[in-house]
Write a new protein. Structure first.
Length: 134
């Protein structure tokens, strides 16, 4: 079950540069994390019950590096918090919705994540994220 917008992911050339604006707005960084499997460094900024996720590439062949090369910085994805990402995947696949991966993978914060292809979501990459209580 989808619960809320968990975060909006924004691809940036430099987290340090991009952070300045959000700090001027009085928002605070919840934490930094590197996800080597995705070639990305992440800063999570708390914004009420949602968050802003700044994404910086850590290698030239990562998905974020390719996004930055193609489009420059900008909104990369929105993330919906779900209670059961595997159940969502099953029902979406049954409805013919195109997903990015054959199964959920570990994302930032140890969550289980899956992505809906922009072709199936009006041009927007949609992340589904389930918190892992372990
Ligand atoms: Zn995300």
């Amino acid at each position: 079950m989808i619960e809320r917008i968990d975060h909006v992911g924004i691809a940036v050339q430099s987290i340090d540069e991009a952070l300045k604006l959000y700090q001027k707005l009085g928002l605070e960084v919840e934490g930094f994390e590197e996800v080597p499997s995705e070639g990305v460094r992440v800063a999570m900024i708390r914004c009420g019950e949602s968050r802003i996720e700044l994404l910086e590439a850590t290698r030239d062949d990562s998905p974020i590096a390719r996004f930055l090369a193609k489009r420059g910085g900008g909104v990369h994805h929105i993330c919906l918090a779900t209670t059961d990402v595997r159940a969502d995947q099953a029902s979406l696949e049954a409805d013919g919705v195109q997903l990015l991966r054959p199964a959920p993978t570990r994302g930032a914060g140890g969550c289980w994540v899956q992505f809906i292809h922009p072709k199936s979501a009006a041009g927007v990459l949609v992340e589904l994220s389930e918190e892992d209580p372990c």
